[in-house]
Design a protein around this ligand. Structure first.
Ligand code: GLN
Ligand code: ZN
Length: 768
C-alpha cells in the first residue's frame, strides 16, 4: 500500500507567493527574487510531504499563476497576439501578460480569458485554439521541477493535466473544427515530455483527466481509449496515474476501467459509492491499482478514520494491499495550508478546531490511514485514532451546531415566500416612476479599491490600535470621497464602495451565527488572489442588521440613488467551507432567510435599489447534467427567498461573473432579479448572446470593461461593446457597468476607466 498526494497548496503557508508576485508586478522585486520565492515554496512542500511519509509526492503542481496556463506555455499554445510581446520580453513576463494583460513600454496586450475550474472557486486561464493550432515544447517547467526535486533527494511524481482534459478546457477561436480534433498534433508534445521525464528516471506520471467525471460524447470517450492505449504502447515503463476527481465516472466508468493505466484515482468523498460499483463490476484490469481519494481535498473537516478504514478494508479484501493507494480526494490546492497556524484565534474555539484538518494535517491523515490499514500502527493503542474518534463523536452532538428556531423557520417557509408581489412588467413601471433613471444608466458592481491604507485600518482596528469610532470615521471618510467621485464622474446609481468589507462573503459570515473564521486559512482563487472562506459549522441566523448602517450613511450623502450591496445565499454557501452533516440545500435556505431579513431592513431604511450578488450560482452546478435540475431548483429558490420580501418599486439587482449562461438562462430568468449585471468584456459580449436568444425580459448590464486587468480601456472600445449589446438587447433594457467589483484595482486606473465608461454611456444616449 502506498500514499499518494495529487497536489499541494503553492501559495505558501503565509501567502509568500502572493506577496512576492504582487511586488514583482509593482516593479519592487526582481525576477530572480520572485523565482527564488517559488523555489523555496516547492522545496518546503516537497520536504514536508517526504518527512510526513507520502510515497508519491507531486511535482509540477507548483505554479506562479495557474497550472492550465503553465501547460499552455509548456505546449507552446501561445495566441498570436502575444508574438510581438514575446520577442521583447522575458518568458515570465510573457506568462504574466497572458494571465493579466500588460500595458507597458508602449506594448498593449489583453489577457486571455479566465474561467472557473470545474465546480470550484479556483479560476484557470482558458487555452485558445485555432484550426491549425501548432504545439511545440516551449517550456520545460515540468522537467526542471522534477530535476529540482531530485537534486533535493526527493523522487517525485510529475503531475500534468491529461491531453484530453487540456483540450476540453480550452476554446475554439475560429469556426470549422472541434478542439478535440487537435489531439493528433498535441500528443507528440506530451510524448516528448514523457521521453524527457523518463530520461530523468521518472517512474510515475500523474495525468489529471477530470473530464472523466463529466458527460462526454461517444467521440470524446473513444479518444480516451485511443490516447491512453497509445501512451501505454509507447511508454510501457512509465506508471500512469490517471486522476479523476470532483465526481464519479458515471457512464464513462467502463471506458475508464478498461484504460491501460497503472492506477486509477477515485474521488471517494464526492462519490463514495463508486468503489462498490468498481469492485462489483470486476472490470478493473488485474494489473491496475486504485488510489482511494478518502481525505477531503475540498473541505476542512477532519477525516472520519473509522469510516475510511472500513472503505479501505473493502478495497483490500477485493484487490489486496499492494494494489491500493491512499490519497486525498483531489489536489489540496483547494484546502488551506496549516491548521497549526490558527493560534490566537478567538472565533475558532478549541471545540470547533478539533473538528478540522487543513492540507498539512490532511497529509498526516493520509499517512495515518495507511499505517492503520496495514497494521503498522494498531488502532487500539493509537492516540491519534482515539482523538479522531472523539472529535467526530463530539461534532455529531455538539450544542454549538443546533438551533431549533432556525430549523423551525426553514420548515415553515410559506408558498409565496419565494415570489415578488407582482410580475416584472408591473414592477418595472413602478420602478421607472420611482427611480427616474436615464437610458443606459451607469453603475458599478459595488467595491472600490481596497487600498493598502484601507486594509491597514482594518488590521489596526482588529489589533485594538484603532477604536470602533476611529475606524468607522476613516471608513466614512473613504466612503464620502467615493460618493463624491461617483457624483463628479456622473455615475447614475452609486455604491458606497464596500470599504468596511474584507471580503464579500467573510464580511457577512462574521455577522451571522453558525459561522467561524480562520486567521490564515487562505485558498488560491486566481493568480495572486486568495480567499479565506468562512467555516459554516452550525445552523445559520442573523442576530442583527449587517449592512444597513453603511448604506444608510452613504445614501444620506447624496441625492442620487445609492445601491445597497449584499452577497446572496448561494454565493455565501459556495464560497464557504460548508458543514457536511446536512444537505447543502438546507444550509443555503437558512442563509437565504438571514439575507431576506437584511433586504427588508435596507428597504425600511430608505434604500430603493438593492443588489444581491450571486456570482457563484453557476459554479455550484453539479458536474453531471442529471443532477442540475435539483441543484438549480433549490439554489434559485434560495435567491428568490432572499429577494422577495420587498415592495414592487424596490429594485433588486443581482450580479454574476465569469459565467457561461447558455444552459442555465431559464433558471437565471427564474431568479427574476429586476436587473442583472454580468461579466462580458473579455468574451467581447459573446456571453450576452444567451440572454438575447432567450429574449431575457428583465434589465441587464453587460460588463463593458475587464476589471481583472490594470489596463484602462478607451470610451471608444466600450462604445463598440455597447453597440454590439444594443444590436441584440433592446436599449431600454441595458445598463452600463464594469465586469465586476473594483476592489483589486488602483484608484488612478479606476478613475480613468470610469470616466471613459460614463463617456461611452453618454455617447450611446446621444445616438438613440
Ligand atoms: N459586490 C461585489 C464587489 O463589487 C461583487 C464581487 C463579485 O462578484 N465577485 O466586489
Ligand atoms: Zn463579479
Amino acid at each position: 500500500m502506498k500514499t499518494n498526494n495529487l497536489g499541494y497548496p503553492r501559495i505558501g503557508s503565509n501567502r509568500e507567493l502572493k506577496k512576492a508576485s504582487e511586488l514583482y508586478w509593482a516593479g519592487q522585486l526582481s525576477a530572480e527574487e520572485l523565482l527564488a520565492v517559488g523555489k523555496n515554496i516547492r522545496k518546503e512542500n516537497w520536504q514536508l510531504q517526504a518527512e510526513s511519509g507520502i510515497d508519491l509526492i507531486p511535482s509540477n503542481d507548483f505554479s506562479f499563476y495557474d497550472q492550465v496556463l503553465d501547460l499552455t506555455l509548456t505546449l507552446g499554445a501561445i495566441p498570436e497576439r502575444y508574438n510581438d510581446f514575446a520577442k521583447t520580453n522575458s518568458s515570465i513576463d510573457l506568462y504574466f501578460a497572458m494571465a493579466r494583460g500588460s500595458q507597458k513600454k508602449g506594448q498593449d496586450v489583453v489577457a486571455m480569458e479566465m474561467t472557473k475550474w470545474f465546480d470550484t472557486n479556483y479560476h484557470y486561464i482558458v487555452p485558445e485554439f485555432t484550426k491549425n493550432q501548432k504545439f511545440t515544447l516551449f517550456s520545460e517547467k515540468i522537467i526542471n521541477e522534477f530535476k529540482e526535486a531530485n537534486d533535493l533527494g526527493i523522487a517525485t511524481k510529475p503531475v500534468l493535466i491529461g491531453p484530453i482534459s487540456y483540450l476540453l478546457l480550452g476554446k475554439e477561436k475560429e469556426e470549422g473544427f472541434h478542439r478535440i480534433d487537435l489531439i493528433e498534433s498535441l500528443l507528440p508534445v506530451y510524448f516528448e515530455i514523457f521521453k524527457k521525464l523518463e530520461a530523468e528516471n521518472a517512474t510515475y506520471i500523474q495525468l489529471d483527466e477530470p473530464f472523466l467525471a463529466l458527460n462526454l460524447t461517444d467521440k470524446e470517450r473513444n479518444v480516451f481509449t485511443k490516447v491512453y492505449t497509445e501512451i501505454n504502447n509507447r511508454f510501457p515503463n512509465i506508471k500512469i496515474i490517471l486522476a479523476n476527481y470532483f465526481d464519479c465516472f458515471g457512464e464513462n466508468l467502463a471506458t475508464a476501467l478498461a484504460l491501460p493505466v497503472d492506477t486509477l484515482h477515485l474521488d471517494l468523498v464526492r462519490c463514495p459509492l463508486q468503489l462498490d460499483d468498481i469492485l462489483e463490476s470486476k472490470q478493473l484490469s488485474p494489473n491496475a491499482n486504485l488510489s482511494l481519494g478518502l481525505v477531503d481535498g475540498r473541505n476542512i473537516w477532519k477525516n472520519d478514520f473509522k469510516n475510511s478504514l472500513a472503505i479501505i478494508e473493502k478495497a483490500v479484501t477485493a484487490l489486496g494491499e499492494n494494489r491500493i493507494l491512499i490519497a486525498p480526494s483531489c489536489s489540496l490546492i483547494h484546502s488551506p495550508c496549516d491548521l497549526e497556524l490558527e493560534t490566537n484565534n478567538e472565533t475558532l474555539t478549541p471545540e470547533i478546531k478539533q473538528w478540522l484538518a487543513f492540507a498539512k494535517q490532511k497529509i498526516q491523515e493520509v499517512v495515518l490511514l495507511k499505517q492503520f490499514a496495514t497494521k503498522e500502527i494498531d488502532t487500539i493503542n493509537s492516540i491519534q485514532f482515539a482523538e479522531n474518534n472523539l472529535a467526530n463523536e463530539n461534532r455529531k452532538t455538539s450544542k454549538l451546531i443546533h438551533n431549533e428556531s432556525v430549523k423551525n423557520r426553514v420548515a415553515n417557509i410559506a408558498a409565496g415566500d419565494d415570489k415578488r408581489k407582482n410580475t416584472f412588467a408591473i414592477r418595472r413601471e413602478k420602478q421607472i416612476d420611482a427611480l427616474n433613471l436615464p437610458l443606459f444608466p451607469t453603475t458599478t458592481i459595488g467595491s472600490f479599491p481596497q487600498t493598502p491604507e484601507v486594509r491597514s485600518w482594518r488590521a489596526k482596528f482588529k489589533k485594538g490600535e484603532l477604536t470602533q469610532q476611529q475606524y468607522d470615521d476613516l471608513i466614512k471618510k473613504e466612503t464620502e470621497e467615493t460618493i463624491r467621485f461617483q457624483e463628479e464622474t456622473g455615475i447614475d446609481v452609486l455604491v458606497h464602495g464596500e470599504f468596511e468589507r474584507n471580503d464579500m462573503v467573510e464580511y457577512f459570515g462574521e455577522q451571522l451565527a453558525g459561522f467561524t473564521f480562520t486567521k490564515n486559512g487562505w485558498v488560491q482563487s486566481y493568480g495572486s488572489r486568495c480567499v479565506k472562506p468562512p467555516v459554516i459549522y452550525g445552523d445559520v441566523s442573523r442576530p442583527k442588521p449587517m449592512t444597513v448602517k453603511w448604506s444608510k450613511y452613504a445614501q444620506s450623502l447624496t441625492s442620487k440613488w445609492l445601491k445597497g450591496m449584499l452577497t446572496g445565499p448561494v454565493t455565501i454557501l459556495q464560497w464557504s467551507f460548508v458543514r457536511n452533516d446536512q444537505p447543502r440545500s438546507q444550509t443555503c435556505t437558512q442563509i437565504a432567510l438571514a439575507i431576506r431579513d437584511e433586504v427588508v431592513d435596507l428597504e425600511d431604511a430608505g434604500i430603493k435599489i438593492i443588489q444581491i450578488d450571486e456570482p457563484a450560482i453557476r459554479e455550484g452546478l453539479p458536474l453531471r447534467k442529471e443532477e442540475w435540475a435539483t441543484y438549480l431548483d433549490w439554489a434559485v429558490k434560495a435567491f428568490r427567498i432572499s429577494a422577495s420580501g420587498v415592495k414592487d418599486d424596490t429594485q433588486i439587482h443581482t450580479h454574476m461573473c465569469y459565467s457561461e449562461f447558455n444552459d442555465i438562462i431559464q433558471n437565471i430568468a427564474d431568479m427574476d432579479a429586476d436587473v442583472i449585471t454580468i461579466e462580458c468584456s473579455r468574451s467581447q459580449m459573446e456571453l450576452l448572446d444567451a440572454f438575447a436568444d432567450f429574449k431575457y425580459p428583465n434589465e441587464i448590464g453587460p460588463g463593458v470593461y475587464d476589471i481583472h486587468s490594470p489596463r484602462v480601456p478607451s470610451s471608444q472600445e466600450m462604445v463598440k461593446l455597447l453597440e454590439k449589446a444594443s444590436a441584440v438587447i433592446p436599449v431600454n433594457q441595458l445598463w452600463v457597468n464594469p465586469d465586476c467589483g473594483l476592489k483589486t484595482r488602483h484608484w488612478d486606473e479606476t478613475k480613468k476607466a470610469l470616466i471613459e465608461m460614463v463617456a461611452a454611456a453618454q455617447e450611446m444616449r446621444a445616438a438613440v
